[in-house]
Design a protein around this ligand. Structure first.
Ligand code: PRP
Ligand code: URA
Length: 208
């Protein structure tokens, strides 16, 4: 479990409680998804390599550092979209490759319907973003797709997980670092995280 990182940052925990509330309407919900995603992305990128560079200030040259790795973000459609937009705001050089997966409501198995990865892997670090890690089926399928594509270093960034999803993902892909705001109690009979926040896609896009 040393690859599972659950944030203890006070701002993450404060915003997560607001996000969970059934009183939080879609506009506020999207804002909170964006803010928490940025805080978690900050935690997930502590190990990014830097390269030295020189920057010219109005008073002369200064030693600086720049991110030396090519980072790719893979939002799982559709609920991952809000998180990927948040990441692009703070690291505008990221490549964004959309993965369309939905969970079949009967079987809870992931179904792939869209894959925008280029033919050759052209990034050093791949970060899958999806707010909910429930059974783990979608996350495992996304990592499978990235590994088949040739991705070497993969992280998963989510907001809330069920213990079942964490276990499934770590057992299938023990080399993937997982960053979360919370691990909740359990999944209900319909595969929803309890207490969770409900359906992350519906709550972002007002389709509940
Ligand atoms: C949700 C969520 C994950 C998936 C998690 O998406 O955003 O992608 O379920 O469940 P799992 O861990 O059991 O696979 P959903 O299938 O509801 O699609 P949507 O984002 O289009 O609403
Ligand atoms: N997807 C969601 O959006 N919420 C859950 O609780 C589980 C899967």
């Amino acid at each position: 479990m040393d690859r599972v990182h659950v944030s203890t940052h006070p701002l993450v925990l404060h915003k997560l409680a607001l996000l969970r509330s059934e009183q939080t309407e879609p506009k506020k919900f999207r804002e909170l998804v964006r803010e928490i995603a940025q805080l978690l992305f900050y935690e997930a990128t502590q190990d990014l390599s830097l390269a030295p560079m020189t920057v010219q200030t109005p008073l002369g040259p200064a030693d600086g550092q720049e991110v030396a790795e090519r980072v790719g973000i893979m939002p799982i459609l559709r609920a991952g979209l809000g998180m990927s937009e948040a990441v692009v705001e703070i690291l505008p050089t990221v490549h964004v490759w959309h993965l369309g997966l939905y969970r079949d409501h009967e079987t809870l198995q992931p179904v792939t319907y869209y894959n925008k990865l280029p033919a050759q892997p052209d990034i050093d670090l791949s970060i899958i973003v999806d707010p909910m890690l429930a059974t783990g089926g979608s996350a495992v399928a996304a990592v499978d797709i990235l590994k088949d594509w040739g991705a070497k270093r993969i992280k998963f960034l989510g907001l809330i997980a069920a213990p079942e999803g964490v276990r499934t993902l770590t057992e299938a892909h023990p080399d993937v670092d997982i960053y979360l705001a919370a691990i909740d109690s359990h999944l209900n009979a319909r595969g929803y995280i309890v207490p969770g926040l409900g359906d992350a896609g519906d709550r972002q896009f007002g389709t509940g």
